[in-house]
Write a protein that binds this ligand. Structure first.
Ligand SMILES: *[C@@H]1O[C@H](CO)[C@@H](O)[C@H](O)[C@H]1NC(C)=O
Ligand SMILES: *[C@@H]1O[C@H](CO)[C@@H](O)[C@H](O)[C@H]1NC(C)=O
Length: 354
């Protein structure tokens, strides 16, 4: 095509005699441009398909996906897809909970699956995936301090059994409120509180298309919890939205600097159970102020207290009447002496109150 650069030197006198050559060159040029514009998209599309053959809708991202890896797979839960799938199927079958389209949210634990995987099935087993298109994840921050809520910078959350795309449109909508910060990918990947819900969600939504909106809930003040609750309440009134609230309950023992023991309940683990159950009863009333009061009085080490508080404020500020019911309570072990330690796991479903 070097000849094309000579066109500028053609004088007007030569123009008529050279007209045919010029026409030929122009025709060749247009064929060349057509081939280029045709081939380039095919080439880049093939590369994207090769990379994400499971996610054709990510074509829009032109291969710019920011992936949150399943960073706790292989340690907190198995990274063997077959084994993980069978484990989840088994727990979902054994819990005997029936799916209900009235269930709009769950509160579920987030410990390693050998500890709380079984208990979590009593939450996730309630989900009827049919009409749900979006799952908001509300998880506490264990390692990163922030007095706010943070959104993910990722576009895709991976698990060993399938991936969940982030709802970028809702992420933008939330960003536009000016109330959220964004967490860096290394903060996102270090945190396990939302990741531990993902394999269950992939399993329950198998065969359905669903997106997630991860919200890392920081160390919020009571006022900030109420503010986020009001801000997110409108999403509760859309029945295609689901909410997955992540929390373990009491972390008991000197290693957690929490050894509250009320002997009137008997053994230490009975005292822990009574403490947790009074908190669960208060959560079931849906009253965020009563829950705040309970936390002030007991100092119970419920790691998801801020996500739970935001969720209670969301329910309070929404028009849909939704009631929370706890369906399962377990402890990692039964504490008998002051040297023991345990973590409690409680699973709840929040259901439209007809
Ligand atoms: C899902 O929505 C459709 C249309 O509104 C409705 O007919 C169907 O019963 C719903 N399915 C469930 C499980 O609620
Ligand atoms: C342990 O808990 C007590 C009271 O609950 C508190 O005053 C103290 O600061 C805590 N210590 C640590 C190391 O967190």
């Amino acid at each position: 095509m070097a000849q094309l650069s000579g066109i500028g030197s053609l004088s007007l006198a030569h123009f008529a005699s050279e007209f045919n050559l010029l026409l030929l060159l122009l025709t060749l040029f247009f064929i060349y441009i057509n081939i280029i514009t045709y081939l380039v998209p095919i080439y880049s599309r093939r590369r994207i398909y090769h990379h994400h053959h499971h996610h054709h809708h990510h074509l829009l991202g032109f291969g710019m996906d920011k992936i949150r890896r399943a960073s706790h797979a292989g340690s907190w839960y198995t990274d063997n897809p077959k084994k993980l799938g069978e484990e989840l199927d088994g727990w979902l079958r054994d819990c005997g909970v029936a799916q209900s389209s009235d269930v709009r949210a769950v509160i579920a634990p987030h410990a390693g699956y050998s500890y709380s995987g079984r208990a979590a099935a009593y939450a996730f087993g309630n989900i009827d995936p049919e009409n749900i298109s979006r799952v908001f994840l509300l998880g506490p921050s264990h390692h990163h301090y922030t007095p706010k809520c943070a959104l993910s910078k990722a576009t895709l959350y991976k698990t060993p059994i399938g991936d969940l795309p982030i709802d970028l449109q809702v992420n933008e909508e939330l960003k536009a409120t000016g109330k959220f910060e964004f967490m860096d990918l290394h903060v996102d990947e270090a945190e396990h509180s939302m990741e531990m819900h993902l394999p269950y969600l992939v399993k329950v939504f198998q065969g359905y298309s669903v997106k997630v909106v991860p919200i890392l809930v920081g160390a919020l003040s009571a006022e900030t919890e109420a503010m986020y609750g009001r801000l997110l309440a409108k999403y509760v009134d859309d029945p295609t939205n689901f909410f997955s609230v992540s929390s373990d309950f009491c972390h008991w023992g000197s290693r957690f600097n929490y050894t509250h023991y009320d002997k009137k309940h008997g053994a230490i683990h009975k005292s822990i159970e009574a403490l947790d159950k009074s908190g669960m009863d208060i959560i079931e009333t849906g009253d965020p102020d009563a829950f705040k009061q309970y936390l002030l009085e007991t100092d119970n080490t419920i790691c998801g207290r801020h996500p739970i508080s935001v969720f209670l404020h969301m329910l309070k500020s929404s028009s849909t009447k939704i009631k929370i019911r706890f369906l399962r309570y377990e402890q990692s072990s039964h504490c008998k002496s002051m040297r023991d330690s345990s973590v409690s796991y409680a699973s709840a479903a929040a259901k439209v109150d007809a």
